[in-house]
Design a protein around this ligand. Structure first.
Ligand SMILES: Cc1cc2nc3c(=O)[nH]c(=O)nc-3n(C[C@H](O)[C@H](O)[C@H](O)COP(=O)(O)OP(=O)(O)OC[C@H]3O[C@@H](n4cnc5c(N)ncnc54)[C@H](O)[C@@H]3O)c2cc1C
Length: 296
């Protein structure tokens, strides 16, 4: 196995163009597990760790440009206000050691349906900045996941950054695991309220072949909130609306039975998480300190 160590982004793109089968390695928390277990024996490893800009971020007017290798611990420490959903999701990833190494670029590279960044990215809305020697393109997150552990990157492309909309309202992330830490999601749910556009977006993890949005649930909720004037009057969301939102989120799942949980349990749990996270975020939107009547 050859180890390629580009010193700059341009060198990395050139190396990937020359060796399209080269496997990029950032934190290595997925790649090294695969190599250690002999699940993968790439001819070339493309080490991205000398490229400092991949671990940097910029906070713009509307978006955060998050370098592909920014570790979860930095997101938790520095971007909680701008990216609350992703910061909450980062909290649930593994252990401090893994959170210091692993990042969103690696999560996207692996594209596991259980990756914790995905529901938060889907709910917040973002674009993946992919680049090759041929040029740069922004891939909408909805188009990024193409199959089980597959993504929309071309063989010569690398992820440079992710452009994530800054929160304009409350966001939440909820995850069910077989224990409280160091655990892959049995299933997970992310939600983001976008008061500026009067929309709610969602993300579901580990309950379908790819991370997905619960689009019917979003459409139903967006219409119900608009119809009832909820965004203006800040009224409590009725139990009937919360229940239907949960049922539609549950119905969006297409899970499997596996060692971590059954399909039936996953559907059920996603419905519960959808209802709870809607309640939490809506209560935050209405103003701190009030009690949630009815929707709990
Ligand atoms: C003990 C343990 C516990 C874990 N727990 C969790 C958990 O709770 N939740 C969770 O989501 N994940 C978990 N993981 C998985 C892993 O930590 C995450 O997926 C992490 O985000 C990977 O980031 P990384 O930088 O280490 O990626 P790497 O391992 O370096 O790379 C992962 C994949 O992305 C590709 N890649 C990396 N950077 C780029 C780039 N810039 N452009 C293109 N492709 C790229 C690599 O080629 C590879 O295919 C765990 C892993 C371990 C070992």
């Amino acid at each position: 196995m050859d180890f390629l160590r580009p010193a700059s982004w341009e060198e990395a793109l050139a190396a990937k163009a020359e060796h399209p089968t080269a496997v990029p390695i950032a934190g290595g928390t997925d790649v090294m597990v695969e190599i250690n277990f002999d699940h993968r024996r790439p001819e070339y490893l493309l080490d991205l760790n000398r490229i400092g800009e991949l671990s940097e971020w910029e906070v713009g007017q509307e978006k955060v440009r998050l370098g592909a290798s920014v570790p979860y611990s930095s997101i938790m420490d520095h971007l909680r206000a701008e990216l609350p959903g992703l910061a909450l999701a980062s909290h649930t990833v593994a252990s401090p050691q893994i959170r210091n190494r692993g990042g969103v670029g690696g999560n996207l590279g692996t594209a596991s349906p259980a990756g914790d960044a995905h529901p938060a990215l889907l709910a917040a809305d973002c674009e993946v900045e992919a680049e090759s020697v041929r040029g740069t393109r922004l891939i909408p997150i909805d188009a990024f996941y193409t199959g089980v552990k597959r993504n929309a990157l071309e063989p010569d492309e690398l992820i440079r950054a992710v452009h994530i909309k800054k929160a304009d309202g409350p966001q939440q992330y909820s995850k069910v695991g077989t224990r409280n830490a160091m655990v892959i999601a049995v299933c997970a749910f992310g939600i983001a309220l976008h008061p500026e556009t009067r929309t709610v977006r969602t993300g579901i993890g580990s309950a379908a072949p790819t991370p997905i949005r619960a689009k019917e649930a979003e459409d139903f909720l967006n219409a119900a909130l608009e119809e009832g004037g909820f965004w203006e009057n800040g009224k409590i969301i009725t139990p009937a609306i919360a229940k239907q939102f949960a049922a539609l989120a549950s119905g969006a799942c297409n899970p499997i039975d596996d060692v971590r949980g059954t399909a039936k349990y996953r559907r059920h749990a996603v419905g519960i998480m959808a209802r709870r996270t809607l309640g939490w975020t809506w209560e935050q939107y209405r103003g701190a300190g009030r009690t949630l009547e009815g929707a709990a």
